[in-house]
Design a protein around this ligand. Structure first.
Ligand code: ADP
Ligand code: GN1
Ligand code: MG
Length: 353
């Protein structure tokens, strides 16, 4: 890490550099210098196979966003390395990048009130809209088939068949839960293939802690964690936010009785998102928002379970059955979404007016 601190055009002298945030993928540090604060990140090489291409995506997207945004707190800003590139490759072959720290802002692991959800919906809706005229063909697909839910279920089935660590016997109900929904998991992918849903430039990792809110007003500032900006479905951005932010419990809550879908948070996010997307969404995109929420939750639970069965090599864990706990909250949420299906549809219908 020491060599990375010296490798970027930071203002001032470094005072401290400590682990920061609660992302599951990258190694994030908060760097304090005598002048300013920065985010320094080691990008996860196991997850992202072409890091220079990934960082080029971020440079292109942030440049595009800054064309229509003058306020520096409203666009993530890469800090160049001393050699002018947007990354640094260290002596161990690890890739590092740095960002200006967005000051006076919150990144939340759980929504404190419906306004947080509305504002984060507005931020992701605005992001998608601002990229509507971005040339999608200039982006590298950083993780192929990232939100291909049927393929995620196929990977889960394969991991269960391999059962490398002998963990399957304890999680058979969870595996069955996911695989019994395989038919439904095909619907959005089928609509995309049939041309009924458009491909857009989307964020694809729309957790609440990937959006910065002003710490005084709670208003949306900007969207961060742009590693998975790729062509995708609008509904997936909506759905991933719901599965994380509209849950009444944190993603790794061990007490499943605390986990349910908050319809108030669902409504608030829908209001912010639909408001910011304006008239850009098509009627089928709007109608499938509840389904997208269900499928993104199912998919994420399947990914956690697949990682648990495969030895926890993808998502960072902090306790032995962490990925299993995460999987179980997602599946509990899927069941609750099924129970609240009518109400979710009615909310989307009302908010889309
Ligand atoms: P990961 O891919 O591991 O989730 P993120 O890019 O989301 O990594 O960063 C992890 C956390 O660091 C974020 O959730 C946020 O709290 C914080 N963070 C990242 N970039 C910035 C920034 N530019 N300014 C302030 N905080 C940031
Ligand atoms: C990861 O990087 P982070 O923590 O924001 C993951 C998402 C999952 C999420 C689950 C690149 O997001 O897809 O939905 O964990 N990111 C990647 O919390 O796989
Ligand atoms: Mg993140």
């Amino acid at each position: 890490m020491q060599s990375a601190i010296g490798a970027f055009r930071f203002q001032g002298e470094a005072i401290s550099c400590a682990r920061y945030g609660s992302g599951h993928i990258n190694e994030t540090y908060l760097l304090q210098t005598t002048r300013l604060r920065y985010i320094l990140q080691k990008v996860n090489r196991r997850v992202f196979h072409d890091v220079p291409a990934l960082i080029k995506n971020i440079a292109l997207v942030t440049r595009h966003l800054s064309l229509s945004e003058a306020d520096p707190r409203r666009v993530l800003r890469l800090i160049p390395a001393t050699d002018g590139r947007d990354f640094f490759l260290d002596e161990d072959g690890e890739y590092w990048r740095a960002y200006a720290f967005i000051e006076g802002a919150l990144s939340l692991d759980a929504a404190g009130c419906a306004d947080h959800m509305r504002e984060s919906g507005a931020a992701f809706g605005h992001f998608q809209r601002a990229l509507a005229d971005f040339p999608a063909e200039t982006l590298t697909e950083t993780i192929p088939r990232f939100h291909d839910t049927p393929n995620r279920l196929a990977q889960l089935r394969a991991a269960a068949d391999r059962d490398e660590l002998g963990r399957l016997k304890a999680v058979r109900p969870e595996v069955d839960f996911a695989l019994s929904r395989a038919k439904e998991a095909e619907i959005m992918a089928g609509m995309l293939r049939a041309g009924q849903l458009p491909l857009r430039v989307t964020h694809n990792d729309t957790k609440l802690n990937n959006v910065m809110l002003d710490d005084q007003t709670g208003a949306a500032l900007c969207v961060i964690d742009l590693d998975t900006v790729m062509p995708g479905l609008a509904g997936n951005d909506f759905g991933d936010s719901i599965r994380f932010g509209a849950s009444t419990a944190v993603e790794d809550e061990p007490d499943l009785d605390k986990v349910s879908l908050s319809l108030d948070y669902f409504r608030a996010f829908a209001r912010g998102f639909l408001g910011a997307c304006g008239d850009s969404l098509t009627p089928p995109e709007i109608e499938t928002l509840p389904l997208a929420a269900k499928l993104m939750t199912l998919e994420c639970g399947a990914r956690f379970l697949c990682d648990y069965l495969s030895g926890d090599t993808y998502f960072r864990i902090h306790r032995p059955a962490h990925n299993l706990d995460r999987c179980r909250t997602q599946f509990r949420l899927v069941s609750d979404i099924e129970a609240k299906w009518q109400a979710m549809g009615a909310i989307i219908e009302a908010e889309a007016l």
